[in-house]
Design a protein around this ligand. Sequence first.
Ligand SMILES: Nc1ncnc2c1ncn2[C@@H]1O[C@H](COP(=O)(O)OP(=O)(O)OP(=O)(O)O)[C@@H](O)[C@H]1O
Ligand SMILES: [Mg+2]
Length: 152
Amino acid sequence: MVVLGIVYRVSRCNEYTLVDVAPLVADVDAGKVERIVDNLLANAVKHTPAGTPIWLRIEACPGGVLLVVEDAGPGIPRELAAGIFEPFYQGPGDHPSPGSGIGLSLVAKFAELHGGRTWVEDRPGGGASFRVELPCSVIPMDSISERNAHPT
Ligand SMILES: Nc1ncnc2c1ncn2[C@@H]1O[C@H](COP(=O)(O)OP(=O)(O)OP(=O)(O)O)[C@@H](O)[C@H]1O
Ligand SMILES: [Mg+2]
């Protein structure tokens, strides 16, 4: 079980985008989830213009949790939406670019090892919306505080 109550600071050209997440307790592999979130945030920083916002949401969904990393960058063209999760794929505008095109393939692999799935959508208003669904049991943080306050 890990507490997904993360506050991430994303450094970008001396600006900070602060993203916070409502805490919940989920039965997930913490190392894998951390890598998933790190890789998606790193992409949102690297593949969008400096100074544009990035959002991270982690919420309970039927049967587990949904992680969402969104940006206001160029987005992903529909025809590439499946291909970008293949190992070593890098977009046409990314050469020469640091990195080797493995970040998203690891995100997809780790989600799969968790019995989950990953996909990308257009963000309403422009940009990419990367989504990772992870089946797991979830306990809202407030019910834990309540349980501690009123033990049976
Ligand atoms: N948020 C995003 N906005 C626009 N394009 C993106 C975004 N995230 C990924 N991409 C595109 O998908 C490609 C594959 O991403 P991936 O994370 O696998 O590789 P990378 O970021 O290029 O390198 P690495 O992750 O190995 O450092 C990127 O090269 C880029 O073209
Ligand atoms: Mg990457």
